[in-house]
Design a protein around this ligand. Structure first.
Ligand SMILES: Nc1ncnc2c1ncn2[C@@H]1O[C@H](COP(=O)(O)OP(=O)(O)OP(=O)(O)O)[C@@H](O)[C@H]1O
Length: 304
């Protein structure tokens, strides 16, 4: 299977500042990758490298087997790019602006433009300068998707969109993925990508910290459990179970926090006549913040 994005030792320095440090990343076709990291982590730098807008200081970024920095012409039609700071010519209407890009792409199905605009409730007859920030962002979204590219590279795509439009946008991403396209989107908010991404790659201070499936991230996240017993077991018995923390007893109910699988805990308490188990949502945010704030060390992970 053709690898869509393949970076090796991809590095970008601005003067003495290393914005991106030896990134090794493989993205297969037909997935949505959420590229996450705190402000200044290097997300936009990576995206600009992949879109061929800046040249790496070292290493390489290959997209569909072409060098993103040197062979952009071969890639232009296959990539849909939405910059984080989308600005368009304010004096043009949406239609004029999109027609201009459609021409650059060598022609685009007008119907598709109309459908996308309608879907996002965007009036293409209005001058871009007169649109609200969210509506300008929608022009950028239509521009990125209108030529039905094989790869979407989207920098903070939902910024400025209201919740209804964010939901519509997520639906569009899923359809795009289900049609076999690949989506690479950056965000600094886990909640934004959790709902839609198959894989998350987490970047911190220019280094890739981890690449894993959203499911794997959930599986290793902390989860709160309330266990109710007819016959409460000794707290020490529960404390002894690997991954268990924060044990508190309230009458017949024992509250615990478990990291990873809850199977060991359930096995350990089985002899004590459990009458009820209440499992709260896994705290994905906490697992994610561990990566953000340096609890988890960087690795040179490669996704598959
Ligand atoms: N053109 C530039 N000149 C100098 N430094 C830059 C330039 N572009 C980025 N940087 C620096 O590189 C680092 C990474 O920036 P980048 O914009 O890639 O981060 P980011 O993860 O996209 O952050 P944010 O979430 O705030 O958008 C930052 O320290 C930034 O100041």
């Amino acid at each position: 299977m053709e690898t869509v994005i393949k970076t090796r030792g991809l590095t970008k320095r601005f003067g003495r500042r290393t914005a991106l440090d030896r990134l090794d990343l493989d993205v297969p076709p037909g997935v949505i990758v959420g590229y996450l990291g705190p402000n200044g982590a290097g997300k936009t730098t990576t995206i600009r490298l992949l879109a061929g807008l800046i040249r790496p200081t070292a290493g390489s970024a290959m997209v569909f087997g072409f060098d993103a920095a040197d062979q952009y012409d071969a890639l232009q039609r296959r990539i849909g790019y939405l910059p984080g700071d989308f600005v368009a010519y304010p004096d043009l209407t949406g239609t004029q602006y999109l027609n201009y890009f459609a021409h650059l792409y060598g022609g685009v199905d007008r119907n598709r433009i109309e459908l996308l605009a309608k879907r996002f409730d965007l009036d293409l007859g209005v001058r871009i300068g007169a649109l609200s920030r969210g509506n300008r962002q929608k022009v950028g979204i239509v521009q990125a998707f209108m030529h039905d590219p094989d790869l979407l590279i989207l920098d903070e795509p939902t910024s400025g969109l209201d919740p209804l439009m964010q939901r519509e946008f997520r639906a569009l991403l899923r359809e795009t993925r289900d049609a076999g396209r690949t989506v690479f989107l950056s965000s600094h908010m886990l909640s934004e990508v959790e709902a839609v991404a198959d894989t998350v790659a987490i970047l911190r201070a220019g280094r890739l910290v981890t690449v894993q499936s959203v499911q794997a991230l959930k599986d290793r996240a902390r989860r709160r459990l309330d266990l109710t017993f007819a016959d409460v077991p000794p707290a020490a018995r529960i404390h002894a179970v690997p991954g268990v923390q924060d044990v508190s007893v309230d009458g017949h109910t024992v509250r615990v926090t478990v990291t990873g699988s809850t199977a060991e805990l359930l096995k350990a308490v089985a002899p004590y006549d459990v009458t009820n188990v209440l499992s709260h949502e896994a705290d994905l945010e906490a697992a994610f913040l561990d990566y953000y704030d340096g609890q988890e060390e960087p690795c040179s992970a490669t996704s598959s």
